[in-house]
Unconditional design. Structure first.
Length: 136
């Protein structure tokens, strides 16, 4: 039988693990977009890339994933204990967001394309989905 403290530690570890995997996925998607941008516009510095990520329409679709990762950060650093309901809600959002679809919204379409184009995206996606499946 798991104690309340053990349960909270397990929840915190799960959230932390999922955040790390989402960050890896985000970095992989960002790198894919950077390469595509540079193929058309030429090489960019890290500073320029940051500006592009924040302001260029080509990178807009990644903002949803960025905001979701920030929510994980907020949850991990909250003063109050994390509830199972809050985790379940966030996990459902991750699962919904990472459902590729050629006829879905902009993120779903671009994510579908990324999965078709880049094996690193497939691997990062698999890491996230395997962890999500372990929670069930």
């Amino acid at each position: 039988m798991t104690t309340t403290l053990q349960h909270r530690i397990q929840q915190h570890q799960f959230i932390s693990d999922l955040r790390v995997r989402l960050l890896r996925l985000h970095k992989t998607l960002l790198e894919m977009e950077r390469v595509a941008y540079e193929q058309e516009q030429g090489q960019v510095s890290k500073r320029e890339l940051l500006r592009l990520v924040l302001t260029d329409a080509q990178f807009d679709w990644l903002h949803r994933l960025s905001r979701l990762i920030v929510r994980f950060d907020d949850l991990l650093h909250a003063d109050e204990p994390v509830t199972s309901e809050a985790i379940d809600s966030l996990v459902a959002e991750v699962a919904a967001l990472l459902t590729p679809a050629v006829d879905g919204d902009e993120f779903a379409q671009k994510y579908e394309s990324a999965l078709q184009l880049d094996p690193d995206v497939v691997l990062a996606h698999a890491d996230v989905t395997l962890l999500l499946a372990s929670r069930k």
